[in-house]
Design a protein around this ligand. Structure first.
Ligand code: GLA
Length: 519
């Protein structure tokens, strides 16, 4: 009896411990309806990510070769130009190039399952961002709670999740790293600038240089955020009238990317005037250009004044094409279709993006996101909408910047972020963004012309019922027999002569690639 009592007591204690640990453990994303299509990377080496990389003469060069496959991998680069070296065990290419030019190298990755080789072009000149940026940004999951340790953990997760092996490169802090005047939170208060006017980080970021050193040591690059106004959108100290000093500080701290968010600049400039819209960006890019460091400039001004028509001219490597995709948590699905499909087709945005300057429809809002009510919760997008999101971004050559919780990646979200054949479309070196070729009620066909003469084709269904969607060769501009491949599944579907039809789920997509028979 006593024994039974004791064992029941023990069972109760164990159940209590288990339920406590379950309730404190991170929530699991429910797997209902989430069909993973992306095959897992094999053990043999495969080189991924961008095939072309720009650097300015004299700037420090850093590029880590992204490759999947069993470790250890030995990396080699054939025809690496003088001034650069490759670390054979990490795949980090570092050094400096002084002479402008295009250097064609062959990157090789070898493990005990085999060898992979691929051409990798290094272009030393004025253009950076020869393919859209890939990375992570803190905003949509951490908003105003971001800290140094969150950034380091994000960098760690970029490596441990394997995202780095698929080409993801930037770890970007968004708003809320500088002092917030008038805040009653002691971690945000303090002197906004030092005696010489150099901007200070707030107490949540005790040592920016040490943080970027850490991010770089993992083979990643670091990004920061500010505004041309006096304050950022969240009311933190920004760059107005301190532009030179703030860029100098970002260089001293070791940043590689700057998001420059209009926000309170409306108090300085008139957003109805093109000249005023351009002025702060011209100023900051001319300062950045003088630095001995390559810093990507992301214009964030929500598409005002048709920024896509001049974003590159004022020195931007990318520009937001609309407002915040996740401004309202519940509205992300709607915004995806509006800012993704509608804005792009209405304004023919494909005419403007390209190597060195990309349309940016905002971040990938999948995985765990802030619901703006103090919790991080799974994206409101259905699994099919998530496929649509990533597919459309790759067709329109958008930056692939994930902004969910990278330390809490479920298999489904990871599979969406790491499909190398989808990423290959996004990163295609020709850099021609895709566009809509046909719309039939709620279904749309989008295409993107790729460097090897093939085409990516997205069959989208925006409707509330499953639908058949057909890519008709004549409409998409191909003739004759085409080899058709399903990119999410990474499977050939066969040869087709005048069209291809597929059933597409509600709000879903089928992503194809078509090669003419002779390729
Ligand atoms: C604006 C931008 C967002 C984010 C926030 C930060 O809303 O569009 O991407 O940077 O500011 O406050």
């Amino acid at each position: 009896m006593k024994n039974r009592l004791l064992s029941s007591l023990a069972a109760i204690i164990i159940i209590a411990i288990l339920s406590f640990s379950c309730s404190t453990a991170p929530d699991k994303v429910p797997d209902d309806g989430k069909i993973i299509l992306t095959p897992k990377p094999g053990p043999e080496p495969r080189i991924n990510g961008t095939k072309i990389f720009g650097v300015r003469p004299g700037s420090p060069f850093m590029f880590k070769i992204p490759a999947t496959g069993l470790r250890p991998i030995k990396y080699e680069v054939i025809n690496l130009p003088d001034g650069l070296t490759c670390d054979n065990s990490t795949g980090m290419i570092t050094g400096t190039l002084n002479s402008p030019g295009e250097y064609k190298t062959i990157v090789r990755a070898t493990n005990n399952k085999g060898t992979a080789e691929r051409e990798f072009r290094i272009v030393c000149g004025e253009q950076l961002a020869l393919t859209p940026h890939m990375g992570w940004n803190s905003w949509y999951v951490w908003e105003n709670h971001v800290t140094d340790s969150i950034m380091r953990a994000a960098a760690d997760a970029m490596v441990s999740s394997g995202m780095i092996d698929h080409g993801y490169m930037y770890i970007n802090i968004d708003d809320c790293w500088s002092v917030k005047p008038g805040s009653d939170d002691p971690s945000l208060t303090g002197e906004p600038r030092d005696a010489s006017g150099m901007i200070n980080s707030n107490k949540r970021f005790p040592d920016m240089k040490d943080m970027t050193d850490y991010i770089h040591s993992l083979g990643l690059k670091a990004g920061i955020y500010t505004s041309p106004g006096e304050l950022t959108c969240a009311g933190h100290v920004a760059a107005y009238q301190y532009e030179e000093k703030d860029v100098a500080r970002f260089v001293e701290w070791g940043f590689d990317f700057l998001k420059y968010d209009w926000c309170s600049y409306s108090k300085v400039g008139n957003k109805e005037l093109l000249e005023d819209l351009q002025k702060p960006y011209l100023l900051i890019s001319s300062i950045i250009r003088k630095q001995n460091r390559d810093i990507i400039l992301n214009l964030c001004q929500y598409g005002m004044g048709d920024v896509w028509k001049w974003g590159k001219q004022v020195g931007g490597q990318s520009w937001r094409t609309a407002g915040d995709l996740g401004g309202s948590f519940e509205g992300i699905g709607k915004a995806l279709f509006r800012d993704g499909f509608d804005v792009y087709s209405r304004d023919s945005l494909h005419l403007y993006g390209g190597p060195g300057g990309w349309n940016d429809p905002d971040y990938l809002l999948i995985g765990y996101l802030s619901n703006w009510k103090g919790q991080t919760v799974p994206t409101p997008l259905t699994p099919n909408e998530q496929y649509t999101h990533v597919s459309l971004w790759s067709i329109v050559a958008a930056p692939l910047i994930f902004s969910g919780d990278i330390t809490r990646l479920d298999e489904f979200t990871l599979s969406l972020l790491t499909n190398d054949e989808i990423i290959e479309v996004d990163q295609d070196p020709l850099g021609k963004p895709g566009y809509r070729v046909s719309k039939n009620g709620d279904t749309e066909v989008w295409i993107r012309n790729l460097e090897d003469g093939s085409k990516a084709v997205g069959l989208f269904n925006r409707g509330e019922n499953e639908a058949e969607v057909t890519a008709v060769w004549e409409e998409i501009g191909v003739t004759g027999k085409q080899r058709v491949r399903d990119l999410w599944r990474q499977k050939d579907l066969g040869d087709f002569s005048d069209k291809y039809t597929s059933t597409v789920p509600v709000h879903g997509v089928v992503m194809l690639r078509l090669w003419p028979e002779k390729l």
